[in-house]
Design a protein around this ligand. Structure first.
Ligand code: 3PY
Ligand code: MG
Length: 264
């Protein structure tokens, strides 16, 4: 398996990276996402997804056979964040990590530090699966640069400290959680917010990222919203989630079934 990251390639070239969001602990749904042509990444959500480390390990094994880059959202924010979980996810072969609810530059620094080998960081060496599947020496040489590190801005404190957080070396960009951000601003949670306060915060985060050449990303609950965000220079957007895909498909089928059967 060649050590390469579609996500790093797309982000470095200034392109738009689309991703699937996975909350179901399943290699099969991971493969359904990973075989979708054109998708840049698949994110395994260990914060709100029903996924623990042993599921995440099976899922990265399934994902890494396909072009989209395997990314994980770690389960806990700082100070509860478990550095050894970060090490294990990277050792398992994840090539991107997302840290939820980042409030301060110190937290962003601690996150990056855990993702990067000495002398720049303090990641412990032992890439048990990553070294094996991505080719040992090549992995050690490339890992720090290739692994995408995104911090989530979704709290009032994160907004207050935005500039300092984005200034942390090694942070590739900000990923917005629109639901938590809405709640933080006193607005009902939404995966496609329209409230002016939330829209203004999203625009500010986008602007501050662009100024510094960092990536702005956002979790999107609707495709139209994702496209709208791309038009505003957001470059890491959600195209769909496994749970919503199943629910939506069944709702559509039920509606069609009921319509067809009542017209007979
Ligand atoms: C949010 O909207 O708060 C998220 O973290 C998306 O999962
Ligand atoms: Mg959130």
């Amino acid at each position: 398996m060649r050590l390469q990251s579609a996500l790093r390639d797309v982000l470095s070239s200034g392109g738009v990276a689309t991703h699937a969001w996975l909350a179901i602990p399943s290699t099969l749904s991971a493969e359904a996402a990973a075989t979708t042509a054109g998708l840049t990444a698949a994110v395994v959500d260990m914060q709100h997804g029903m996924i623990d480390f042993s599921d995440a390990l099976q899922m990265v094994s399934a994902l890494s056979a396909h072009p989209p880059t395997p990314v994980a959202r770690i389960p806990h924010q700082w100070p509860a964040a478990d550095v050894s979980m970060i090490h294990k996810l990277l050792d398992a072969g994840y090539l991107g990590l997302i840290c939820p609810l980042v409030d301060t530059a110190e937290q962003a620094r601690a996150f990056v530090d855990a993702c990067v080998y000495p002398p720049k960081g303090s990641r412990s060496f032992g890439p048990t699966r990553a070294g094996m599947v991505y080719g040992g020496g090549e992995y050690l040489r490339m890992a720090d640069e290739l692994i995408v590190k995104l911090v989530m801005i979704e709290t009032q404190q994160g907004l207050d400290n935005l500039e300092d957080i984005l200034a942390v070396e090694g942070v590739d960009g900000a990923f917005i959680g629109p639901n938590d951000l809405s709640l933080a601003l006193g607005v009902p949670p939404s995966g496609a917010p329209t409230h002016p306060k939330v829209v203004a915060a999203i625009e500010r985060i986008g602007r501050e990222c662009s100024k510094r050449g960092k990536v702005a990303g956002i979790w999107c609950g609707e495709t139209g919203f994702a496209l709208d965000m791309v038009k505003r220079d957001f470059r890491f957007v959600t195209l769909g989630t496994d749970v919503a895909a199943i629910s939506q498909h069944l709702r559509d089928s039920m509606e069609r079934f009921n319509k067809l059967s009542s017209s007979e």
